[in-house]
Design a protein around this ligand. Sequence first.
Ligand code: ATP
Ligand code: MG
Length: 210
Amino acid sequence: PLHRTPPARRTRLGIMGGTFDPIHHGHLVAASEVAAEFDLDEVVFVPTGRPWQKSGRDVSPQEHRYLMTVIATASNPRFSVSRVDIDRGGQTYTADTLDDIQTLRPDADLFFITGADAMEQIMTWKNVDQLWGKAHFVGVSRPGHELTDFGLSEEVSLMEIPAMAISSTDCRERVAEGKPVWYLVPDGVVQYIGKYGLYIDPNGRIARPN
Ligand code: ATP
Ligand code: MG
């Protein structure tokens, strides 16, 4: 009988893109649930560059968003943070994110994780066809948004996760109104927001990290 070494299992790598202004427990639960369901080895969080979807308001400086994402994910050995979208600069397009991560990790099969609202945006893009083949897409439920895959591709899965009625918009408004965000965002992120006075200055002038 022949003894062959079994082929090495390819790494299963989740990608969680977002503005993360700030990162909250909805993001973290989504990543954790998809990692468990799809047997992912790791999840990389990718803070956006200057996001075109958020043209209605100023987004916090990217170094603040990056550092809050690092703080929130640091305790999980399977979570990490990538700077590819920040370092590329300009508006972030998911196809570029996937190409850059795949270049860095040629050994990995990619799983792009999105909430129901972002899923709808991606699936209704003009250039959605250019995404197929780059990753498997996993859409997760989010309170207030209907979860649908639009029947566009076999490469899309949908998944119910515990309902977390949390949004970054709500967290920012709560800070501005002097309300607590404890337990909506990780403790270290509460402290980071306080340290730099994020979301409280009505003129949007906020301190930058050194
Ligand atoms: P904002 O209110 O500023 O848009 P957000 O809470 O929607 O912030 P994003 O950074 O825009 O957070 O979202 C990044 C990704 O996380 C998106 O795919 C989004 O759908 C998903 N997501 C955000 N919050 C939740 C949640 N509570 N449950 C499930 N998915 C979520
Ligand atoms: Mg959003």
